[in-house]
Write a protein that binds this ligand. Structure first.
Ligand code: NAP
Ligand code: GCO
Length: 265
């Protein structure tokens, strides 16, 4: 029996996909046959994203929408259903991080990270599930993190959100699996995107950022990963090939979670 990795005829919404990981995943979905919808908070970034997709020969549908705003999200889903079609594949990708020592972080800052990284995936999934049920099924992919499993200094809000997102993923699986909805997560390792750029900045003397060196030592492949390396796992989880996979977090981390780390020389 041929395994079906095709996304032909499917409508995909990837949140926060003007660039970065979301852009790489949405581009791969387009190459697998899906129609791409994405959003960003700012029109200028939606426009930049549309141009970037066009450069790849992809006619994407871009929308301004703040994923933390339930009214905007419901309007976005209704507009996509009217203009493009029912959403078959949702990737909850939009996310932020604030790297602040916990006792220096305000409650407002903590709440802001939880709002984008955990409340928003709930809001957007809740908005798309009813039509997925009517259509006979769907795919929801939540972009988790190493911090769904591990903590580190300064990322308390982000780790709490991504840990919660792992359990939201499992709960959507549990509650909606009977409607042929598969909800899984992707847990990227350390990826070269604007979000991690501060961790890779060269030092004034030209040496690597200490965190950069740390990740190199923690990754068996001894390198940061590229957004495009998430494409294959993302296509798999969006396709019929993964219909029996549900509630799973697929770590695409180059082996970080399996590795104690290189012994200091
Ligand atoms: P990024 O470069 O910072 O991009 C994040 C995207 O989300 C941007 O397009 C951003 O738009 C959008 N966004 C933020 N808040 C939003 C909101 N309220 N409404 C709509 N869009 C919003 O991040 P990335 O590195 O590509 O990461 C994407 C996802 O992967 C995030 O969930 C992140 O936590 C996760 N992740 C990243 C890594 C990594 O190493 N990079 C590893 C594991 C997991 P604006 O530019 O307008 O803010
Ligand atoms: C950090 C990084 C990480 C990555 C990613 C790792 O400050 O440690 O930003 O959190 O973004 O989530 O999987």
């Amino acid at each position: 029996m041929a395994v079906n990795f095709s996304l032909e005829g499917k409508v995909a919404l990837v949140t926060g996909a003007s660039y970065g990981i979301g852009f790489a995943i949405a581009s791969a979905y387009a190459k697998a046959g899906a129609t791409i919808c994405f959003n960003d908070i700012k029109q200028e970034l939606v426009d930049k994203g549309l141009a970037a997709y066009k450069e790849l020969g992809i006619e994407a549908h871009g929308y301004v929408c703040d994923v933390t705003n339930e009214e905007q999200v419901n309007a976005l889903v209704a507009q996509i259903e009217k203009e493009v079609g029912v959403i078959d594949i949702l990737v909850n990708n939009a996310g932020i991080i604030k790297r602040i020592p916990m006792c220096e972080m305000t409650a407002a800052e903590f709440r802001q990270v939880i709002d984008v990284d955990l409340n928003a995936p709930f809001i957007v999934a809740k908005a798309v599930i009813p039509s997925m049920i009517k259509k006979g099924g769907g795919k929801i992919i939540n972009i988790c993190s190493m911090m769904s499993e591990l903590g580190r200094e300064t990322v308390s809000a982000y780790a709490a959100a991504k840990g919660g997102l792992k359990m939201l993923t499992r709960n959507i699986c549990s509650e909606y699996g009977k409607y042929n909805i598969q909800c899984n997560g992707i847990g990227p390792g350390y990826i070269e995107t604007p979000q991690t750029a501060p961790l890779r900045e060269r030092q004034p003397d030209g040496s690597r950022h200490p965190f950069d060196s740390f990740i190199i030592a923690k990754t068996p492949a001894e390198r940061w990963l590229k957004p495009e390396e998430l494409a294959g796992p993302a296509v798999f989880l969006a396709s019929e090939a993964s219909d029996a996979v549900n509630g799973h977090i697929l770590y695409v981390d180059g082996g970080i979670l399996a590795y104690i780390g290189k012994q200091p020389q």
